[in-house]
Write a protein that binds this ligand. Structure first.
Ligand SMILES: O=S(=O)(c1ccc(F)cc1)C1(c2ccc(OCc3ccccc3)cc2)CCCC1
Length: 275
């Protein structure tokens, strides 16, 4: 599924046109282009978030979610996170230089980093005052997700969103942070590590210059650590396995193919030649 989503046919033309000049482009222009890609692929858009006073779920609505079968709630969240990951794939395709990496490395970087970008982006739709997140059109607290049966994972997700929203990041900061979560030369299995490192270097310089220009250097020390993001993603993978043991067949029968490819790859799914 990821392979298909990365076909250069859909979108990304502007990055193909301009990417070869990324080495001559000063970092401010790189920051501008990352911001545009970020804005174009975030949902809801920044304008919708500012203007809107989002409603919270009523007690009855919360009870209805809490009494849904576990499999139904898991399916809803899997669908939501897959939609969010598809937008992250589109963000990556618009990142200058990303589509010039080998398909193999593009897939390696997205498999390792897409979920981390989704978790970082989530803080945009998080309300720290009420500790609620936008879910299916209204603001939901952790208790709404009770039927998932993974309270620690839900708590970790809310803690991360709370911590990130306290930093009051700008869209430019979130865009560059997201780009650096994806373009990470430290990810395992990369074929052309030096090439990824060069692209990462440009983004790193752009991020640091942005922070200096806006006197926000202190942000770097307060961002979630790579370990915290990695721990949350591992917790999610453990809970997917636990869910599959409780409900055999549900994931393969009714979860989005992209979700299955990223988080529930069966040994049986791996093409025979690479088993
Ligand atoms: O709004 S959400 O559905 C949401 C779900 C759980 C939660 F505690 C808070 C929010 C969403 C999200 C979806 C799945 C996530 O992890 C994977 C996961 C976790 C738990 C069950 C299944 C899958 C994390 C975030 C936020 C961003 C995109 C959608």
């Amino acid at each position: 599924v990821l392979h298909g989503a990365l076909s250069p046919v859909g979108g990304g033309t502007c990055s193909v046109l301009l990417s070869h000049c990324v080495t001559r482009v000063p970092s401010e222009l790189l920051t501008q282009s990352v911001l545009l890609s970020h804005r174009a692929t975030c949902h809801p858009r920044a304008e919708e978030l500012q203007g809107h006073r989002w409603a919270t779920f009523t007690r009855e609505e919360i009870c209805a979610y809490q009494s849904q079968p576990m499999a139904e709630m898991w399916q809803r969240c899997a669908r939501r996170v897959t939609e969010a990951i598809e937008r992250v794939v589109e963000f990556a395709k618009r990142l200058r230089g990303f589509l010039e990496l080998s398909q193999h490395d593009q897939i390696v970087l997205l498999k390792a980093g897409a979920m981390e970008v989704v978790l970082v982006r989530m803080c945009r739709a998080f309300d720290a005052a009420t500790r609620t997140v936008l879910f299916e059109g209204k603001l939901a607290g952790p208790e709404l997700f009770r039927s998932l049966g993974c309270p620690e994972l839900v708590a970790s997700i809310f803690d991360l969103a709370q911590g990130l929203s306290a930093l009051r990041c700008s869209e430019s900061e979130l865009g560059l942070l997201s780009a650096l979560l994806l373009v990470n030369a430290g990810r395992p299995w990369l074929q052309d590590r030096p090439r990824v490192a060069r692209l990462q270097g440009h983004l790193d310089v752009a991020f640091r210059l942005l922070l200096r220009r806006t006197r926000r250097e202190g942000l770097l020390a307060r961002l979630p650590s790579p370990g915290q993001l990695r721990a949350l993603c591992s917790q999610h993978l453990e809970q997917v396995q636990a869910f599959r043991r409780l409900h055999p067949g549900v994931v393969s029968a009714s979860f989005p193919p992209l979700y299955r490819e990223l988080f529930a790859a069966d040994p049986a799914d791996v093409p025979a030649g690479t088993r």
